[in-house]
Design a protein around this ligand. Structure first.
Ligand code: HEM
Ligand SMILES: *[C@@H]1O[C@H](CO)[C@@H](O)[C@H](O)[C@H]1NC(C)=O
Ligand SMILES: *[C@@H]1O[C@H](CO)[C@@H](O)[C@H](O)[C@H]1NC(C)=O
Length: 321
């Protein structure tokens, strides 16, 4: 009996190994994708990101968010970078992006440098994935090996950007379903939200929280109210992590534990629900957060990439070839 049981479970292990291998292979991304075709690509991107972040620390946050907003709309395919055309309205003016997403000029400049070295080899979608990683590193966060080989979309979707990018007014259950729709678990949603350890948000995105919610630290609410009036000044900025806005650390989670989350959606992760324990564990263990973040970014970067002969390698990230 014991022997049969052992035999059965090792068969299962054997099968699941091949299943896993097949799933991994099917994405067709690889960390060595440009090693022969454009060996300078990663160095070019890294040094440009480092310079952009040195010139303006917030740019690191903005580049991380660009990759997220790319991946959540029809996969990580560079669609977020396309300008409007006669045949489609792009994603740049969709609700979550309009007057908010930034860093397009930095990506354009990286793309021209990469093109000057290797013509039409490196996709805009991959540049976004690498720039996100290099931004996290430039702000003191962890390094991970970025999977490469994504190709660029030839269209974009205004309506999917509105539908699929989660809103700061979301409750926990909507956050969970928005990520689940992209194949990401609740735990990965919490981990990836830790990106809000860097960057800024506009008054309009957190006004209702700082004036009307009760699960907010009162001194934090009043200091935010002094920078974000109850009406007007919609675009005035406050840091998502007031303690260390330009440092990639686990402070975001400590803030949630002390009811200092900036967005309604942030505080939802620590509001008596199923994700509280993960938030507390990251607040107490930043190394655990950083490790999980690396894996979750790889997983997010794997959302429906175009590979093989699908899509194209754009020469200008703003327009299809
Ligand atoms: C969980 C659901 C999420 C919601 C509801 C959300 C919402 C927001 C909002 C409203 C802002 C401020 C935008 C503005 O005022 O212009 C913001 C900023 C930001 N978000 Fe998220 N976000 C989420 C998840 C993520 C994820 C998964 C990442 C990356 C992995 C991310 C990265 C960022 C960064 C870095 C900023 C600051 C950008 C800057 O300073 O330019 N967010 N987010
Ligand atoms: C985007 O923002 C601009 C400037 O605030 C505004 O005029 C425009 O109507 C917005 N676009 C959409 C689609 O909401
Ligand atoms: C706060 O809630 C009240 C009552 O629902 C509403 O009238 C007011 O506009 C809200 N204030 C903000 C800043 O959202």
């Amino acid at each position: 009996m014991a022997t049969r049981k052992l035999g059965f479970s090792s068969q299962l292990t054997f099968l699941s190994f091949f299943f896993l291998a097949a799933v991994l292979a099917s994405s067709q991304l690889s960390s060595t994708f440009y090693d022969n075709s454009c060996p300078s690509a990663l160095r070019i991107i890294e040094s440009a990101v480092r310079a952009a972040v040195a010139a303006e620390r917030r740019m690191g946050a903005s580049l991380v968010r660009l990759h997220f907003h790319d991946c959540f709309v029809n996969g990580c395919d560079g669609s977020v970078l396309l300008d409007d055309t006669a045949s489609f309205v792009g994603e740049k003016t969709a609700g979550p992006n309009n007057n908010s997403l930034r860093g397009y000029d930095v990506i354009d400049s990286i793309k021209s440098k990469v093109e000057a070295s290797c013509k039409q080899v490196v996709s805009c979608a991959d540049i976004l994935a690498v720039a996100a990683r290099d931004s996290v590193v430039a702000l003191g966060g962890p390094w991970w090996s970025v999977q490469l080989g994504r190709r660029d979309a030839t269209t974009a979707s205004f309506s999917s950007a509105n539908a699929d990018i989660p809103s700061p007014t979301s409750d926990l259950s909507s956050l969970i379903s928005a990520f689940s729709k992209k194949g990401l678990t609740t735990a990965e949603m919490v981990t990836l939200s830790g990106a809000h350890t860097i960057g800024q948000a506009r008054c309009t995105t957190f006004r209702a929280r700082i004036y009307n919610e009760s699960n907010i630290d009162s001194s934090s609410a009043s200091s935010l109210q002094s920078k974000c009036p109850s009406s007007g000044n919609d675009d005035d900025l406050s840091p998502l992590d007031a303690v260390s806005p330009n440092k990639f650390d686990a402070e975001y989670f400590s803030n949630l534990v002390s009811k200092r989350g900036l967005l309604h959606s942030d505080q939802q992760l620590y509001s008596g629900g199923s994700t509280d324990s993960q938030v507390s564990s990251y607040a107490a263990n930043s190394a655990k957060f950083c490790n999980d973040f690396k894996a979750a970014m790889v997983k997010m970067g794997n959302i429906s990439p175009l590979t093989g002969s699908d899509g194209e390698i754009r020469t200008n990230c703003r327009v299809i070839n």
